[in-house]
Design a protein around this ligand. Sequence first.
Ligand code: BTN
Length: 243
Amino acid sequence: MADINGWDFYKYEEIGSTNDVIKLFCQTPNRKIVVQAIRQTAGRGRLGRSWVSEEGNLFFSMAFEFPLKDLGHLVTVSALSLAQILSRLAPQEKVSLKWPNDVLMNEAKISGILLEKGDGDYIITGIGVNIVSAPEIPDILYPTNSLRNAGIETTADTLLTQYLQQFDSNLQILRQQGFVPLKKQWLNMAANLNKQILVRQLDKEETGIFRGIDDNANLIIETAGELKKILAGDIFYIEKEDE
Ligand code: BTN
């Protein structure tokens, strides 16, 4: 086992999914674990989708103990940390955040994050970042992007180390100052704030104006003059920022 900035680190050439393998390491309490794979043969995305995992892109999972009731905070910190790193790497590109946990570059999805519960108090945060290729996401019409497409050359290993540093620093802010400063930063980078969006949930769809997130990171939309909280779903942009 190696170490990256205090995280116990395991790297594999090829495994099914880093989110599954990391669960095997969560048997003893108090650990901070990272599992990276060069290739995944059964990469998983949100809502039962698959995550095509070609060599050259970054695939990793983190596991540590975190209160399940604050899961929304972790979702926010995970995506914000990546958006901050990517906007530093590519200052000339438009990096933005899409609720609940997507990072976009020039309005196309460049990363996906999948949070799952591990044993005990462990939460697993699995992250995929398109570095050299931008596979299409089956069954969904989001455009995708990669860093290479945007003219940025980096490697999975470099990006992982940078990410862990940024994530640790945001987690420290969360622990010392609470969610409010991070929510502010998330909103500063949120795509299409105050624009019309469509929210697709398992059994229904609704449209409304995207008004932000609340203190638990739930989505807030305005429909017929009323604010409404949404706990889970996929959002689609109807009205674009420049309209
Ligand atoms: C999504 O946007 O649907 C989430 C995609 C999450 C993909 C990452 S890649 C590393 C980790 N292992 C997985 O099987 N999934 C996550």
